[in-house]
Design a protein around this ligand. Structure first.
Ligand SMILES: Nc1nc2c(c(=O)[nH]1)N[C@H]1C(S)=C(S)[C@@H](COP(=O)(O)OP(=O)(O)OC[C@H]3O[C@@H](n4cnc5c(=O)[nH]c(N)nc54)[C@H](O)[C@@H]3O)O[C@H]1N2
Ligand SMILES: Nc1nc2c(c(=O)[nH]1)N[C@H]1C(S)=C(S)[C@@H](COP(=O)(O)OP(=O)(O)OC[C@H]3O[C@@H](n4cnc5c(=O)[nH]c(N)nc54)[C@H](O)[C@@H]3O)O[C@H]1N2
Ligand SMILES: [Mo]
Length: 797
């Protein structure tokens, strides 16, 4: 239901219909429709109110990091977006996967036209984090940035400058985040970070099996796959490019879907023939037992294993490794005396042995079969092992490099194409930290060591002294262990200047010294880029003019560059649209065979689908191993990894088998905090983006899922207010007593805004007051998902 309220009328903009026409937005087939318009609220706005004759429907997309690049149709009347719809059922485009807008996409108008949106640049007046600001001019704001950059760089060097995790604009070719890197690089550089908190653990682990990370196929190759195992994968909510388009077709054609997930996810309810819940972090035990069943029953693909792999059994081990380090030796307990039977795994995973046995048999005897892992299982502190464990299963069943199979692991598709993006230029600062190191680098950089993740040097030259968070809510919301992070943020003697740009007063925005109101994607030009295995680009056109004093990051960055004397080099004389056009031209040059439309044409066609033959990862390596060895040290698929073995680290076993996780179900800490808490990415927001959207709050309330078996002894009933706590924090949230979660585990949606009271108790259901900043062993990455908690009725405490 669409409705107009006063605040939206106030948001009606001054862009005339003629401007919209000029900009070429009138594309799709919808003829002008006569609209009955409300009276103008005041004289001033009258001139900009529509004159009544029409509406344009513009195909566009957001540039959020939301999993999909759906087909959004913005209905624009006299410079106002009045409605969002999606690709009509009767629009024929057989080559383009159907990407119907989800609730988030359909809610964009409420995100853009929200009375709480930031309107003016503001500087902090209270203590840092208190959230007290006063309005200032853009001239003062940009002078503050330029002066602080100059002062801090002179005093501490460019290594003291940090750009934070900012994913809300990562779905576009152009962003303030990217341009800020360019500006910093033009003026000495900055401390950069590596590791994607989204998928970094699996990206780090997968090459130990295959030599490269990208191990996914194009989804059209799964058309005739009879069995798909979705392992901690929830694309019905997370979208993952155009996954649902294909999965729904496959479902209709009879593909059997099995979902392995502690939660009965929306994917389970919409797709699965079977749901197998297990305790989080125990996936490797289940995988080990499946491999045990497959091998002990002789169901493994012997020809494939002998031709392409290393380390399956004692006869296929590299030289110099002691006895009993092979996969078979491990599974049969030849070294540790523990045979990895389904009964052994049942006690760890809580999956019935018979279920494990049956899944193992089904997976090994259905040819081909695709085991596809989401990223939830790898956002744990055992995540690298879980990711690589799945590659071993795919390998011993011969599902690697074959059409209809899936190599598991990271899963990204090697044939995807992207725009060239902005030229951020070379960064003179060579030190590079893991995203997990930033709090320590701000508190006391001398403690950040190569062992924790520092690269490019032995130590850091400076603490982080100036920080930019442009389109992120990571500082005090999305970072694990928020309470630990904000202690450092609050200390004004540590980071001296924090710049945040956002559309809303988020928990992280409250920690800004300077808070800047950015435009939304509807108020800028961009090109949206796809996710997962999807392979197309969508123009994200400027639809409406910014209101109040909102400015795009690039726009104010030009002023800062001017004040620093580098504007000409920085901007190359281009405005935002010209940059997007430039990126497009560079992309066209980089892909001469692709026959991309010109930028002018793109404004008519709106999107470009990269057409390619079906892609099967490692197809060549399997077809012709002599001439195309796997890019591993041995040239084979490495079941046993000598490189991992040589690390001699108990959490990095050469076979990626089960090792109990910190804060997993076997941790002695369970005596105090007996429940595992996991989070999931829910349908009504992209991480914390759109948290304040009232429509989307109606879609799904923030609640803690708890099984009746855990609720009952705690006298918890549906709707009770709960207190979730551990040593790191306390969060209050409503109970959802449900069998959709396995006993022993509780779950809530990630991305709710942190709402601390004066005691530091969170009232928002923000999981990151409970999550841990423990670093994963191999990737030096995040483990947002691994935490133990206790839960009680709030009143009873
Ligand atoms: N609707 C929506 N879509 C999104 C996002 C969003 O916020 N909202 N965010 C986007 C982003 S930034 C990313 S990185 C991706 C993330 O995509 P994913 O990381 O795949 O999404 P999650 O929901 O974190 O995890 C997927 C599933 O893993 C399950 N899981 C958790 N722990 C375990 C475990 O130990 N074992 C097993 N087997 N399963 C487990 C969860 O219950 C969940 O159903 O999604 C993107 N898509
Ligand atoms: N507990 C838990 N925590 C997690 C995860 C988890 O699974 N569980 N997942 C992690 C993952 S995978 C990710 S990717 C991160 C994401 O963490 P972040 O990168 O911080 O992403 P968001 O939370 O979406 O915050 C983006 C902010 O940008 C703002 N924004 C939107 N559009 C624009 C724009 O055009 N300009 C500007 N300037 N601002 C804009 C939004 O209002 C929002 O406040 O969270 C991580 N944190
Ligand atoms: Mo992410």
């Amino acid at each position: 239901m669409e409705e107009h309220n006063k605040s939206e009328d106030e948001h009606r903009l001054s862009l005339s219909r003629r401007d919209v026409l000029k900009s070429g937005s009138l594309l799709l087939t919808l003829p002008f429709v006569s609209l009955k318009l409300r009276a103008a609220p005041d004289g001033e706005k009258t001139s900009s109110l529509p004159t009544g004759e029409g509406e344009k429907v513009v195909a566009t997309c957001s540039t959020f990091d939301c999993g999909g690049k759906c087909d959004i149709r913005a209905h624009v009347t006299d410079g106002v977006v009045t409605r969002i719809s999606t690709r009509p059922d009767n629009e024929l485009d057989p080559e383009m996967p159907i990407m119907r807008a989800c609730v988030r996409g359909r809610g964009y108008r409420k995100f853009v036209y929200h009375p709480d949106r930031l309107k003016y640049p503001m500087k902090r007046v209270g203590k840092r984090g208190e959230g007290k600001f006063v309005r200032i001019s853009w001239d003062e704001a940009t002078t503050l940035i330029a002066d602080n950059l100059r002062r801090i760089t002179t005093k501490y060097g460019p290594e003291s400058r940090f750009m934070h995790n900012n994913t809300a604009t990562s779905g576009g070719a152009f962003s303030g985040d990217g341009m800020m890197k360019r500006l910093l690089n033009l003026t000495g550089g900055y401390l950069s970070y590596y590791h994607s908190v989204s998928l970094g653990n699996t990206v780090a682990a997968t090459p130990y099996t295959y030599g490269v990370a990208a191990s996914g196929n194009s989804l059209d190759t799964l058309k005739d796959t009879p069995l798909v195992i979705l392992w901690g994968h929830n694309p019905t909510e997370t979208i993952f490019g155009h996954t649902n388009h294909y999965f729904q077709q496959m479902k209709q054609n009879g593909t059997r879907f099995v979902v392995v997930d502690p939660r009965y996810s929306d994917t389970t309810s919409s797709l699965a023939d079977e749901w197998i819940p297990l305790l989080p972090t125990t996936d490797n035990a289940m995988m080990d037992a499946m491999m045990y069943v497959i091998i002990s029953e002789g169901l493994h693909d012997k020809a494939f294993i002998s031709r392409y792999t290393l380390g399956f059994d004692e006869a296929s081990m590299p030289e110099g490794v002691p006895a009993n380090e092979s996969l078979v030796a491990y599974l049969m307990g030849q070294k540790d005396g523990v045979v990895k039977t389904p009964e052994w795994a049942e006690s760890i995973t809580h999956v019935p042995a018979q279920t494990i046995r049956q899944l193992a048999r089904d997976y090994a005897t259905t040819k081909p079969a695709a085991l596809i892992q989401g990223w939830g299982p790898q956002r744990h502190n055992c995540g690298e092992r879980t990711a690589r464990g799945s590659t071993l299963l795919a390998t011993i069943t011969g599902n690697v490099g074959v059409k209809g199979g899936w190599a598991a692991g990271y899963g990204g598709c090697g044939n995807r194409k992207f725009t060239t993006g902005v030229e951020t230029l070379d960064n003179p600062v060579k030190e590079n930290i893991s995203i997990m190191n930033w709090v320590q680098a701000a508190e006391d950089a001398s403690k950040v060591t190569p062992e924790d993740g520092l690269k490019g040097g032995e130590k850091l030259k400076s603490n982080i002294r100036i920080l930019f968070s442009l389109a992120g809510n990571y500082l005090a919301n999305q970072n694990p262990d928020v309470n630990q992070a904000v202690k450092v943020l609050e200390d004004e003697s540590k980071i001296e200047f924090i710049v945040v740009s956002d559309l809303y007063m988020t928990p992280s925005a409250k920690y800004a010294d300077l808070l800047l109101p950015e435009t939304s994607f509807m108020e800028r030009w961009n090109i949206g880029e796809t996710w997962g295995t999807a392979n197309y680009l969508v123009l994200s056109e400027k639809l409406i003019e910014p209101e109040f004093e909102r400015r795009s990051d690039y726009d104010w960055q030009r002023d800062v560059a001017r004040k620093l004397g580098v504007e000409a080099e920085f901007s190359q004389g281009r405005d935002e649209k010209q940059w997007v056009e430039h990126i497009w031209q560079q992309t066209c040059l980089a892909m001469p065979d692709e026959k991309l439309p010109t930028f002018e044409e793109l404004q008519i066609t709106r999107r470009h689908l990269f057409k390619s033959a079906p892609w099967v990862a490692f197809e060549e390596n399997i077809r012709d191993p002599q001439n195309h060895p796997f890019p591993t040290p041995s040239g084979k698929i490495e079941i046993f990894s000598q490189r991992l073995y040589d690390m001699h680290h108990p959490e990095i076993p050469a076979l990626s088998h089960y090792v109990p996780a910190h804060e997993g179900p076997e941790d002695p800490l369970t005596t105090r905090f007996p429940l595992q808490l996991i989070t999931w990415k829910g349908k009504n927001r992209a991480n914390s983006t759109q948290y304040a959207n009232p429509w989307l709050q109606e879609v799904q309330a923030q609640k803690l899922w708890i099984n009746p078996l855990d609720a009952e002894p705690r006298a918890i009933q549906q709707g009770d207010e709960l207190r979730i706590h551990n040593e790191r924090g306390v969060s209050l949230v409503e109970a959802e007593v449900t069998q959709r979660i396995i006993p022993g585990v509780v779950a809530m949606q990630a991305g709710a805004w942190w709402q601390p009271d004066s005691q530091g108790v969170d009232h928002g259901g923000c999981a990151n007051v409970l999550s841990s900043s423990r670093i994963t062993a191999l990737a030096k990455g995040n483990s947002h998902q691994t935490m133990l908690v206790e839960v009680a009725k709030h009143e009873s405490v």
